[in-house]
Design a protein around this ligand. Structure first.
Ligand code: TYD
Ligand code: MG
Length: 457
């Protein structure tokens, strides 16, 4: 026997392995240990492996190759993948249940199959009929090359892949698959890891791109999918609010492209629709005369995205004032409030402050600081922002504004969209090319100056 089994206890939250059961893991989770069989490799095994292993070569002698990419027929998905699906790549797509992972995948699958390719859709969650119903809803005509397989055994999937040799394989979802090599339950850390390894073998040996669906919970990731993140080439995350239509696709890891691209979709009656004019969508319904509302922008991947920041400042009733931010960082909000209080003299101590980024966007980075500060000021003073004004900039603890990335491209887009005033950090001054006469740019040094310009003094 080359392999022998040993029992270990694995934390289902963080993947920590312990020889004994523990009530609380080192990650802080309670009751998270599950008994699993560990497969150990004997020294005889590793010697055999060593004999078969290949020899190193000079990196300079290694040839380069162009990645062959497959068009998924969904522009926003192609963009996030870095220009299409790379052959032989493994893509993990994670998101909360019900967010639309199966929907985006069946749409891509149908598009690829309609170009004469064979697509194998393995579902461990739904029956053929359920998949058919969804496909009828979103794909129109169902192409002949689209094959479905309700299956949860990894070994059977391997066997069928050998028989069918698909051009594209989908596993929906990794948490429902199990491999006979492990006797723990599907979805447990070691099962997910074992299935991930098998999928990698299928993908790399057959040069088949594979989409792996993984469910995550609202408050963070489950350990299962996390343990395969290092195996896969791309990790995409599909997010949004289930009761709103907007869905944002991001990539956290991408061996074949950048991770800063986002894709935007609307969940409609007949599947996911791409959103091309993303700023227009976020700013739809913005009331130019409302106080506490300021437009901000971030540069995501290859395009600027504009959105509305809302603030509501009301006198606090008793005790501590409440500070709540939706879509923005709470710690950052406390910092901005402290800067406004100390550096600009705004009386905010006894005020409740609420911040909301409209449309469910969660902008990353700090360039939204200035808009948050101005929205708070606008609500506190009950004055609306000057019409068609955009504000970007990072706020330092000294009250100074710090430059932001890609400001030039944001300014260009703002001018194109008819913005008349753009508030920018002084440090961005040199990087900005002239824009149209109608769009005035204010280069601002600190928060006091920002408030002055904002209120038109
Ligand atoms: P689904 O793709 O099944 O989510 P996931 O695989 O991430 O769990 O889609 C879930 C929701 O999307 C479902 O509640 C209904 C809604 N939906 C639409 O609004 N329009 C559609 O065309 C489809 C297919 C689903
Ligand atoms: Mg699903």
């Amino acid at each position: 026997m080359a392999k022998k089994g040993k029992t270990v206890f694995v934390c289902q939250e963080c993947g920590y392995e312990s020889p004994t059961w523990m009530g609380q893991c080192i990650c802080g989770a309670w009751n998270s240990f599950v008994e699993e069989k560990e497969i150990t490799i004997t020294s005889e095994d590793s010697r055999r492996r060593a004999r078969n292993s290949s020899s190193p070569m000079k990196l300079g002698d290694v040839g380069t190759k162009e990645y062959k990419r497959i068009d998924t027929g969904i522009g926003e998905l192609n963009r996030v993948l870095g220009g299409g699906l790379v052959r032989g790549s493994l893509v993990l797509i994670s998101g909360e249940p019900g967010i639309g992972k199966s929907t985006i995948i069946i749409q891509a699958a149908a598009n690829i199959a309609s170009c004469g390719k064979t697509v194998l859709y393995v579902s461990g969650e739904e029956s053929e009929e359920q998949i058919r119903m969804r496909a009828d809803r979103v794909c129109g005509e169902i192409p002949a090359g689209l094959l479905v397989l309700p299956e949860t055994s990894m070994e059977n999937v391997e066997e069928i892949c050998r028989r069918v040799s698909p051009d594209f394989l989908i596993i929906d979802s990794i948490q429902t698959m199990y491999s006979d090599e492990m006797d723990s339950a599907p979805g447990s850390v070691s099962q997910v890891r074992a299935c991930g390894n098998k999928l990698m073998k299928i993908g790399k040996t057959g040069d088949i791109p594979i989409f792996i669906v993984a469910h995550v919970t609202k408050n963070g990731d489950l350990a299962g999918p996390k343990t395969v993140e290092h195996l896969v080439d791309c990790v995409l995350s599909f997010g949004g609010e289930r009761d709103q239509e907007l869905r944002i696709l991001r990539s956290f890891k991408n061996r074949f492209g950048t991770t800063s691209e986002i894709g935007a979709f609307m969940m409609a009656e007949n599947g996911l629709q791409e959103v091309k004019d993303i700023s227009g969508t976020f700013l739809e319904g913005k009331n130019e005369e409302a106080e506490g509302s300021v437009t901000a922008a971030v540069y995501e991947g290859s395009r600027p995205v504009m959105f509305e920041v809302q603030a509501l400042v009301t006198p606090a009733n008793v005790g501590f004032a409440r500070r709540t931010a939706v879509g923005a960082d709470n710690t950052r909000l406390s910092m901005i409030l402290a800067v406004l209080e100390k550096k600009a003299g705004l009386p905010l101590m006894n005020q409740d402050v609420y911040i909301n980024i409209v449309g469910g966007l969660r902008p990353e980075g700090t360039s939204v600081d200035l808009a948050v500060a101005l929205a708070i000021f606008s609500s506190l003073r009950n004055t609306a922002a000057p019409e068609k004004t955009l504000a970007i900039g990072e706020l330092g603890l000294t009250g100074d504004l710090r430059p932001v990335r890609s400001a030039d491209k944001i300014v260009r887009e703002a001018a194109r969209m008819g913005y008349r005033r753009v508030l920018l950090p002084y440090g961005n001054r040199n990087g900005i090319r002239e824009v149209s006469e109608e769009c005035r740019i204010f280069y601002i040094k600190n928060i006091r100056e920002a408030l002055r310009v904002f209120s038109g003094k």
